[in-house]
Design a protein. Structure first.
Ligand code: SF4
Length: 235
């Protein structure tokens, strides 16, 4: 029950609702890492995989609020040419990567490519060979001829990358504070196989969402799925 998300926490529903109310006429896009209460104030939910295509699908000139991740929002602005208003939120893991240490690693491993999730800060994105969602980074690593990668995202994905590419080398990008394991998400690490088994087997622990909130929150998720279907991103 404690496995939350610092990014979702950076967007309290009450404050977000106030911000949305202060900007009438804006379409509200929220990243999937948000509470149900924030989704209830959202028009379209996006993931890091489909955010660009969904924003591109909206009419040019549409006024958009994007939350909660300012880094992802900045990135989507840069690749779509939009000027979305950005909520000032961030993920504690993705904000921690040290640009100096990544550049140092690049010097040590001359042929290494840098893979970066768009939740990372802009300077880290600027040294990337590939910026993309977790899935996009994984696909890139599999398809690339490169043998060594420095990976700036939650370190759990390195396990899957190594599984899919046993001959290649994956180096986790170091956080600013060399003594901590800040590139590991403390929340995600709370999710163990045993807990997952119990959740599936016994449907516990149960999380109850207020019915009125749930009814509103599901609409932007359905809209994401409808747009994704129309764009051919999903079947
Ligand atoms: S790494 Fe953890 S805190 Fe960051 S967005 Fe993912 S779940 Fe949230």
């Amino acid at each position: 029950m404690n496995a939350g998300c610092s990014l979702a926490d950076s967007c309290p529903a009450h404050d977000f609702a106030k911000y949305v109310d202060e900007h009438p006429g804006y379409t509200v896009i929220s990243y999937v890492n948000t509470s149900a209460a924030v989704k209830a104030y959202t028009d379209i939910v996006v993931t890091s995989s489909n955010a660009k295509q969904i924003v591109d699908s909206l009419p040019a000139g549409e006024k958009i609020i994007f939350g909660p991740d300012r880094n992802l929002g900045n990135y989507i602005n840069s690749v779509t040419g939009r000027d979305m208003l950005l909520w000032d939120g961030a993920c504690h893991v993705h904000e921690q990567f040290s640009i100096a240490k990544i550049l140092e690693l690049k010097k040590q491993h001359g042929d290494a490519q840098v893979l970066v999730h768009p939740e990372c800060r802009k300077p880290v994105q600027m040294v990337a060979d590939k910026v993309g969602s977790t899935q996009a980074l994984l696909n890139y690593a599999v398809a690339s001829d490169c043998q060594t990668f420095i990976v700036a995202t939650e370190s759990g994905i390195l396990h899957e990358m190594q599984n899919r590419c046993p001959q290649k080398t994956f180096i986790p990008a170091p956080p600013e504070d060399g003594k901590c394991s800040c590139n590991e998400c403390a929340y995600m690490k709370m999710v163990t196989l045993e807990k997952l088994y119990n959740s599936l087997r016994y449907e516990l622990p149960e999380i109850t969402v207020d019915e009125a909130v749930a009814e509103k929150a599901v609409k932007p998720i359905r809209r994401m799925l409808d747009i994704s279907r129309n764009l051919g991103l999903i079947k």
